[in-house]
Ligand binder design. Structure first.
Ligand SMILES: [Zn+2]
Length: 317
């Protein structure tokens, strides 16, 4: 099968900031949830690799610069060391070439725009081919308020300036982690498509990291995409989740008319709790099996797993 995923934290785990240092782990092979040895099972595989700002708030512009530079270097080194099987894609043409060659299509995103606090670092991200930026992580930053900080506080003036600056360069804003107020501030200040790379339905599971029906519908109307997240607390209020809990979110979004706007943003290496039977990136096959058992057609499964995201990249990157 083919698999296109909008969000993982593997680069962070490979960096010196990783919460668990893998013993000589690399992008090709490591003890975490995602490596290229395991994704080789997918005929075509595309992955957006996030440069994650980290869960401890950044205090100074210098600290942001050091973290961003180290994460970008980690990603570039990892991509270069796998260039026999992986292409770093900056454009739709790069993606088409990777697909033709049967190589992994790797994209870069930034999770937490607070990593970019100087014009020089914003330019460095543009030059490095970053295509997606989440405007906040969970905290309040110079650009806005995360969903865990204050849902009634939105984007700052600097946040709105950043959105407009990035959009000039075709970089797509990502609303995962953004507060609800910030989401609507963004929608008022851009007419471009937006992504929620790793968020589920708040109607199905009432978590602040999930999207309301109104938010989801607005993303669909803009031609955006939502990536389904496999982290248990975003799937269900129960202690454990089953693949069927993932299906409840997919079904709800499809019922809102979003079947062509859905894909996967599993959050590999960012989840310490996954549904039963899914322990790493190979578990996407279990999800595809569950969808088939529930009557989803091959085309519907293919759209969710690959084609919807492929269409977005082809049209927007
Ligand atoms: Zn995240």
């Amino acid at each position: 099968m083919d698999y296109f995923d909008l969000h993982c934290d593997t680069i962070y785990e490979l960096s010196e900031y990783g919460l668990y240092r893998r013993s000589r782990g690399t992008l090709r092979e490591n003890g975490g949830q995602l490596d290229l040895a395991r994704t080789a099972r997918y005929a075509h595989y595309a992955q957006v690799f996030a440069l994650f700002c980290g869960s401890t708030p950044i205090q100074t512009e210098e600290e942001a610069h050091v973290r961003f530079t180290h994460l970008l270097q980690t990603a570039q080194n990892a991509f270069a060391s796998c260039s026999d099987v992986l292409v770093h894609c900056k454009t739709a043409d790069d993606f088409a070439a990777a697909e033709r060659q049967g190589k992994v299509a790797a994209f870069l995103s930034i999770e937490g725009a607070e990593l970019l606090q100087s014009e020089a670092d914003i330019q460095a991200a543009i030059d490095a081919g970053v295509r997606i930026v989440t405007l906040t992580w969970n905290h309040r930053s110079c650009y806005g308020c995360g969903a865990a900080a204050d849902n009634d506080a939105g984007l700052t003036e600097a946040g709105i300036w950043l959105v407009q600056k990035l959009s000039v360069h075709g970089i797509v804003p990502d609303v995962s982690h953004l507060s609800e107020r910030g989401f609507w501030d963004l929608m008022q200040n851009t007419s471009a498509p937006v992504l929620a790379t790793h968020s589920n339905s708040r109607e199905v599971c009432p978590h602040l990291r999930n999207l309301t029906d109104a938010q989801f519908t607005a993303i669909v109307q803009r031609g955006g995409l939502v990536g389904i997240n496999l982290y248990v607390p975003f799937l269900t209020r129960n202690a454990h989740a089953e693949p069927s809990d993932i299906l409840r979110h997919i079904e709800h979004f499809c019922a809102l008319g979003g079947a062509d706007s859905l894909c996967i943003g599993a959050d590999w290496d960012g989840c310490d709790r996954l549904p039963d039977g899914i322990s790493d990136v190979t578990g996407i096959e279990r999800l595809a099996e569950a969808l088939a058992r529930h009557g989803y057609t091959d085309i519907q499964i293919r759209n969710l797993m690959y084609d919807n995201a492929k269409r977005f990249v082809t049209a927007n990157f």
